[in-house]
Design a protein around this ligand. Structure first.
Ligand code: HEC
Length: 175
């Protein structure tokens, strides 16, 4: 190899090529942002039957249910829904429970008043000891918790979704 050629090779491989590579690396387009995730269909909560009487007890219960409804819509249904499986939302999917595992409206409606109240006040831990349901005692007063309980007791379960549309439901039982 003659001298000028060797010098040229040195300049190309030692100087120009690295710079070129760096420039290429810097100008490489940023990766495309991830596609937005498909949102689950919005949950629609039905009207619950209210007591109609005008006696003080009925009036108080009516107010209590209405207030519980407001609270459930604001704080609870995102996780619990009303079908019995947390309505397949991502949070419930992420903690990997089977539908039978407490997260559902059906299970909530079977609780005694005291069990329900304690679950709300103290939160709920799962088998692994994770506090998967947050405690609400710093958010809700005791009276508000009783209002939610009154409402949830009257909330009808949603019908099961039609078969076929149910593949890949995060709430499906795991083997
Ligand atoms: C961040 C999601 C989330 C929110 C918000 C939430 N919960 Fe829960 N809740 C859970 C999970 C998860 C469980 C089940 C705990 C477990 O077993 O892992 C649970 C359990 C419960 C239980 C106990 C059920 C049983 O069978 O023991 C009740 C009652 C309950 N929730 C009511 C409510 C009410 C009422 C609200 C609104 C004030 C609410 N939750 C808000 C996630 C949530």
């Amino acid at each position: 190899m003659n001298r000028p050629l060797a010098l040229l090779a040195c300049v190309v491989f030692g100087g120009i090529l690295p710079v070129l590579l760096v420039v290429l690396w810097l100008t490489e387009p940023a990766p495309a942002p991830p596609a937005p995730r498909a949102m689950p269909p919005p949950i629609t909560l039905p009207e619950v039957p209210l007591p109609t009487g005008s006696d003080p007890a009925s009036v108080a219960l009516r107010q209590s249910i209405r207030n519980g409804e407001r609270i459930y819509h604001r704080l609870c249904y995102h996780c619990h829904g009303r079908r019995g499986t947390g309505d397949n939302n991502e949070y419930m999917a992420s903690i990997g429970h089977k539908p039978a595992d407490h997260s559902d409206l059906r299970a909530m409606q079977k609780l005694s008043d005291d069990e329900f109240f304690m679950a709300l006040r103290d939160g709920v831990t799962d088998d692994r000891g994770w506090l998967t349901m947050p405690p609400w005692s710093s958010v809700l007063t005791a009276a508000e918790m009783w209002d939610v309980i009154a409402y949830v007791r009257r909330l009808p379960l949603a019908p099961e979704p039609p078969r076929g549309g149910a593949q890949g439901r995060p709430g499906s039982p795991r083997p």
